[in-house]
Design a protein. Structure first.
Length: 155
């Protein structure tokens, strides 16, 4: 793993299109269960609604390019996406730990079919406490609601 010379930073509104591009690339690499029409459905919602509804932070590389981002609302990690080329390098861990330390994140919702994300959050002490048949948009993608067990949480 290369040294973490990356910087966690605030996101400017004019950078939203970059976040949406990164979101789409990440989703295509990890959310194989989504249909094309679902991606088309969520894309404008993310740009026009979801990004403004959360406290955003991004991870920038040494060239100041955004390589990952997170969004938090009320101690709930609403989004955490890493560019596919940057996966497996500790980027997600850096953003997750930042969200826990800076925003006191203690909950996250994960698509049941996104097994990689499920295992990622479990590794950091999150446990499933509830399941919903539908996602927040009413689509038939079951959601696992997870909360941080601070007795399990290890850096």
């Amino acid at each position: 793993m290369e040294p973490m010379t990356n910087q966690i930073d605030k996101v400017q509104k004019e950078e939203y299109p970059t976040l949406v591009e990164l979101w789409e690339a990440s989703v295509r690499a990890t959310h194989h269960f989504l249909k094309e029409e679902d991606i088309a459905f969520f894309k404008p919602l993310i740009l026009n609604t979801y990004l403004d509804a959360v406290e955003l932070r991004c991870l920038r590389n040494t060239k100041r390019e955004i390589i990952g981002f997170l969004g938090v609302a009320e101690q709930n990690l609403e989004m955490l996406f890493i560019h596919p080329n940057e996966r497996g390098k500790g980027r997600g861990k850096a953003l997750l730990l930042y969200s826990i330390n800076e925003f006191n994140v203690n909950k996250v919702d994960v698509n049941e079919d996104n097994t990689q994300a499920l295992e990622f959050y479990r590794k950091f002490g999150f446990e499933v406490y509830k399941r919903s048949e539908l996602d927040s948009s009413g689509k038939a993608y079951p959601i696992l609601h997870m909360r941080l067990n601070k007795t399990v949480f290890l850096d």
